[in-house]
Design a protein around this ligand. Structure first.
Ligand code: PMT
Length: 404
């Protein structure tokens, strides 16, 4: 995705089903709405509609084979994936859903989807028994949990003679969903988002520290998603082993005091602060410059209190910046989150129960979005989906503040 490009690109993937003819109407509708449309087809789809039809409609080459690149052109499935602001698969067969759910990439369409960073909308179409099969539904759930957006198939008479669910949704409904996703892809343009992530390590001597198990996955997912949606992003992170997200200013720190300095240095320019870091509340009061020998080990470690970075930012905020905190709790999650909301002067708290298996280090988490007047419980979701849902709420807060 190129945030500077004026016209947004929607890549439409067409798979082998009778609904492929309706993809022609979808493509025309998207073009009427002002999008540049590029089509990629499976071999099976070409049995229903020819590539020439889509080439004529879009004025763009249609990708079918992985092996048809011009010798001097860029790897086509990668360039298509990078150009996409949104990918729409319509119609999408049970077979392609299954391949995507298992990360398989053995043709132009599936390699493009696997390489794409853009949101993917899936409009399934198939025989009603195939749609209802538990394996298909499990694949759909797996993709949903990873952030794929599904447009439920409609009910009615199917091409195979059956009557039931399985018909490709109305092209206008699919185009509405694509337009909404394309809008979301730009909804943080011009907004500066400051994210804190990971743990802090508070050293006792050159080799030992007090810390916690935060992996940084949550904060990095938020930073990545914010950048994808057009924000300028500064990510202040404690020690984690994740690579820098693309297009994000990354500031790597070790201690809470360093995190505080790095966050305050960027606060004035920030429109939004999202504090997902698990900052150590205490640090050893003294630091031994050499490794403490076993024989010299003290009976007790004296601790000094660390600053509460988010509370200090809340105090310094003049109502200009939107402040989002996290709350890691082991009981009474919503009640404690509300206390933090008020005490730290926050707009929103993402509360998570870290008493069980979820939270630290995991790929998924279960959160409650807590504001002054609501508490929205979400199911277990991939942290990237949580980042996306969080930024939907942040984008709404940003536009409400702008309208004030
Ligand atoms: O990194 P992951 O492995 O993905 O794990 C994610 C997570 C469990 C770390 C994350 O979901 C989470 O809950 N982060 C906040 C953990 C925490 O420190 O919670 P808290 O309730 O102690 O702090 C409340 C808020 O104040 C947080 O926004 C925290 O960043 C901030 N804080 C806390 C203490 C402090 N000294 N300074 C702060 O800024």
């Amino acid at each position: 995705m190129n945030p500077k490009r004026e016209q947004q690109t929607i890549v439409v993937g067409v798979t082998g089903g009778i609904g492929a003819y309706k993809a022609c109407e979808l493509v025309r509708d998207l073009m009427r709405r002002g999008f540049r449309v590029k089509v990629v087809m499976t071999e099976a789809a070409t049995r229903f509609v020819t590539p020439l039809t889509f080439r004529t409609l879009t004025g763009e080459p249609v990708a079918v084979s992985l092996w048809a690149d011009e010798p001097d052109s860029r790897v086509h499935h990668i360039s298509l994936a990078e150009e996409a602001d949104v990918v729409v698969l319509a119609p999408c067969t049970a077979n392609v859903i299954a391949k995507l759910a298992h990360g398989r990439a053995d043709d132009m369409l599936t390699t493009t989807v696997l390489a794409a960073e853009a949101p993917v909308i899936v409009a399934p179409a198939m025989n009603t028994h195939m749609w209802r099969k538990d394996i298909t539904q499990a694949n759909v759930s797996a993709l949903r949990a990873r952030g794929f957006v599904f447009i439920e198939p409609g009910k009615g008479a199917l091409a195979c003679g059956d009557v039931g669910e399985g018909r490709l949704a109305d092209p206008a409904t699919i185009a509405d969903a694509a337009e909404a996703e394309a809008r979301r892809a730009r909804d943080l343009a011009g907004v500066h988002v400051l994210v804190t992530a990971g743990p802090t390590h508070e050293p006792l001597d050159p080799v030992r520290f007090i810390g916690n198990r935060s992996s940084g996955k949550t904060g990095f997912a938020i930073a990545e998603e914010a950048a994808r949606r057009g924000a300028r992003v500064s990510l202040v992170t404690g020690p984690v082993s994740l690579p820098d997200p693309f297009g994000v200013e990354v500031v790597r720190v070790t201690t809470a005091l360093q995190m505080r300095a790095a966050a305050f240095a960027r606060f004035e320019a920030a429109d939004v602060v999202i504090a997902s870091a698990a900052v150590a509340d205490f640090r050893p009061a003294t630091f031994a410059s050499g490794k403490i020998k076993k024989s010299d080990a003290p009976d007790a470690v004296v601790l000094a209190r660390n600053p509460d970075i988010l509370a200090e930012l809340g105090e310094a905020n003049d109502g200009r910046a939107i402040l989002v905190g996290f709350a890691a709790e082991t009981s009474d999650v919503v009640a404690y989150a509300r206390e933090k909301l008020a005490a730290k002067r926050l707009d929103l708290v993402v509360a998570n129960d870290v008493s069980g298996e979820l939270g630290f280090e995991t790929e998924e988490n279960r959160v409650v979005f807590v504001s002054a007047d609501s508490a929205e419980e979400r199911p277990v979701l991939d942290k990237r989906v949580i980042a996306r849902e969080l930024l939907d709420r942040v984008a709404a807060l940003v536009s409400a503040r702008k309208a004030r």
